[in-house]
Write a protein that binds this ligand. Structure first.
Ligand SMILES: Cc1ncc(C[n+]2csc(CCOP(=O)(O)OP(=O)(O)O)c2C)c(N)n1
Length: 635
């Protein structure tokens, strides 16, 4: 059987041997391969399907073994991975030990930065361009940025600076008019207007007829200059970029390999910063993904039945759903509540709230710092803003949490989804340090509920406070509710959920279920009685409860789905130091001081020792140590 084009291409240099028809076929084969693997592994689908022709054209025109290619966010790099020698391993996408779903320099020299957060490509590309020029290297630089990411503050900072470069520098604006949902905002409106105008191809054809009337022997470069002039006069949208000092070219049909190659060839030779505006369709070539690009932005595995994608039913509610339900209920009780998302209404669970209260839900685009600063403004004016955000993306807005929110002591509630290990998105998405960066802020109330009822109770308390608060919960299913009714959250009050004299498990957040299982296991197998305390607060601590348990001299293990460095456990040790307590029998279990790669969340928790089994082993060892050396400080 003859090999497919995809099987024949093991190195991007081999693309040059293909003609335009074959390149188009290759783009289609890439698309099919991506659908086949993502439908089994889960991952980013729609954005990757929209960019196969562009990826082929980029690798055809440039030589990225020496030129520089930066993907903004990086979630759209699957075709690039397959073309750069990783096709054979593509099957392992996002699995433990397999390929990452994002650019990964440890996989290939074709991936320059490990990324996953939006808005950075233009800045890093500018740095590379500047350095290459200073070091006398003649590499060409290309940054591919989506229409939603180009409005990110960081992208605009990069554009502002890159425009000053005196050398080739190309930004490819991949415009599919979508972030995860449709994009909003002034830039989206401007890009929409350009969408209404003819494409590069339309203009090229009309320009070509004009060229027939030019004197024979005209150079093709002259012709292209005319095309460019035609584009410039027709499309005022590009004038924004032109005014900033960029050459603007487009829009080009991003699914037409021949047009893309022609435009890229021209731009590769320019010795000034330029922008190529490409129109693509999110989900291209896959009907269900085109029809519902939001659902297929980053789906879990699915099967196709009668042409429709069918997903496995979830047995338990997710934390995101629990948050969504609680917010709708609380929003019904208090009309001052306004919800804010940075381009992630679906992922953060705001869709239901938006349906119920459309005028009280704001999507600010991929602009977390703006979202938080805006929340501060809303709070100052008397509303109760709830910022629904992934822990990892709140990092972007750290300074606004400090200055606009905490320093003013404004009642902004930060609801941090994906706190802790996130599974197959891997190192770039873990919410592993929110406690560490929020804890030093004076007046910040930082809560970690253990089940759905506690999440709602934590939100109720936060919405009664006069100052800032944050609540963290993971990307996971919510555990079954703790026994008995959920007592309301009281500031700095922990909740003891199991009594016992042999040791204490002090747990912050969603690991409580694993901690309880470990305690049950020790009771069942060895008759040991371990107290389990649900801390509820990472700040302010229930100081008396915790200090008493440390002072008892019984072994204590502190568990959290957060970096040990700077986390809840650190706060416990700070308390012990402040009170002059002997903390020799306190042990911290949390995330280690290394980046944790992609795998399932369950695998990651086990690797970090944060599952019931590891907690039980650790607990048993600490109780044994204490029994063997009563009164002696364990080492
Ligand atoms: C700082 C940050 N906020 C939010 C996200 C979540 N996110 C991942 S992809 C995406 C949409 C990106 O849209 P666009 O840049 O237009 O690229 P497309 O997927 O349309 O190709 C979002 C919001 C992120 N990766 N980084």
């Amino acid at each position: 059987m003859s090999k497919t084009l995809l099987e024949r291409i093991t190195d991007p240099h081999q693309l040059r041997k293909l003609d335009e028809n074959e390149l188009t076929r290759l783009a289609e084969e890439l698309r099919q391969r991506i659908i086949e693997v993502v439908s089994r592994r889960g991952g980013h689908l729609a954005s990757n399907l929209g960019i196969t022709e562009l990826t082929v054209a980029l690798h055809y025109v440039f030589d990225f073994s020496r030129d520089r290619l930066l993907w903004d966010v990086g979630h759209q790099c699957y075709a690039h991975k397959i073309l750069t020698g990783r096709g054979g391993r593509f099957e392992t996408l996002r699995q433990a030990g397999g390929l990452s779903g994002f650019p990964a320099p440890d996989e290939s020299p074709y991936d320059l930065f490990a990324t996953g957060h939006a808005g950075t490509a233009i800045s890093t590309a500018a740095g590379l361009a500047w350095a290459d020029q200073a070091l006398g290297r003649d590499s060409r630089v290309v940054a591919v940025v989506g229409d939603a990411s180009i409005v990110n503050g960081l992208s605009l900072e990069g554009i502002n600076n890159a425009a000053l470069l005196r050398r080739q520098f190309l930004i490819v604006l991949n415009d599919n008019s979508m972030a995860i949902e449709r994009t909003h905002g002034a830039m989206a409106r401007a890009l929409d207007r350009i969408r209404m105008t003819p494409t590069y191809s339309d203009i090229k054809h009309s320009t070509e007829s004009l060229l027939h009337h030019l004197p024979l022997g005209s150079e093709i470069t002259d012709a292209l200059r005319h095309i460019k002039a035609g584009l410039k006069t027709t499309l005022h949208g590009g004038q924004v970029f032109e005014a900033l000092g960029f050459g603007y070219y487009g829009p080009v049909d991003g699914h037409n390999v021949a047009d893309l190659i022609r435009a890229l060839r021209w731009l590769a030779r320019l010795d000034r910063p330029s922008i190529l505006h490409v129109h693509t369709v999110k989900g291209q070539g896959c009907q269900y993904a085109v029809e519902d690009p939001c659902r297929f932005h980053s789906p879990s595995a699915w099967k196709v039945e009668n042409g429709r994608a069918v997903f496995a039913e979830r047995t338990r509610r997710t934390w995101t759903q629990a948050f969504a339900d609680a917010l709708v209920e609380l929003g019904g009780r208090d009309e001052r509540i306004v919800a804010i998302t940075a381009a992630m209404p679906d992922g953060t669970g705001l869709v239901e709230f938006r349906k119920a209260f459309p005028r009280r839900c704001l999507d600010v685009g991929i602009n977390e710092s703006h979202g938080v600063a805006m929340a501060a403004g809303l709070a100052k004016a008397g509303l109760r803003p709830v910022v629904a955000i992934y822990s990892t993306f709140l990092q972007r807005a750290m300074d606004q949490v400090f200055q606009e929110v905490a320093l003013q002591q404004l009642p902004v509630l930060l609801c941090m989804d994906r706190a802790g290990l996130v599974g197959s998105d891997g190192a770039v998405h873990h919410g592993f340090m929110d406690i560490a960066y929020l804890r030093p802020l004076p007046g910040m109330v930082l809560m970690a509920p253990a089940d759905a009822a506690e999440l709602k109770a934590a939100m109720e308390l936060a919405l009664r406070l006069d100052g800032p608060a944050a609540i963290r919960y993971p990307r996971d299913e919510v555990p079954g509710d703790l026994e008995g009714p959920c007592p309301p959250f009281e500031l700095a009050r922990a909740r003891t959920v199991r009594e016992g004299d042999d040791a204490t498990l002090l747990c912050c957040g969603s690991l409580l279920e694993a901690a309880l299982a470990a305690a049950e296991e020790l009771a069942r197998t060895e008759g040991l009685e371990v107290a389990v305390v649900n801390a509820r607060f990472a700040k302010p601590l229930d100081e008396n409860c915790i200090a008493e348990r440390i002072a008892s001299g019984r072994p204590m293990i502190v568990c959290e789905d957060h970096a040990v460095t700077g986390g809840f456990g650190s706060a416990v040790l700070e308390l012990a130091a402040a009170r002059g307590l002997d903390a020799a029998r306190v042990r911290l279990m949390g995330l280690p001081d290394r980046f944790i790669p992609h795998a399932s969340r369950r695998e990651q928790l086990a690797a970090a020792g944060l599952d019931a089994e590891h907690i039980a082993v650790h607990l048993r060892a600490r109780i044994r140590d204490a029994a063997e050396s009563p009164g002696v400080r364990p080492r």
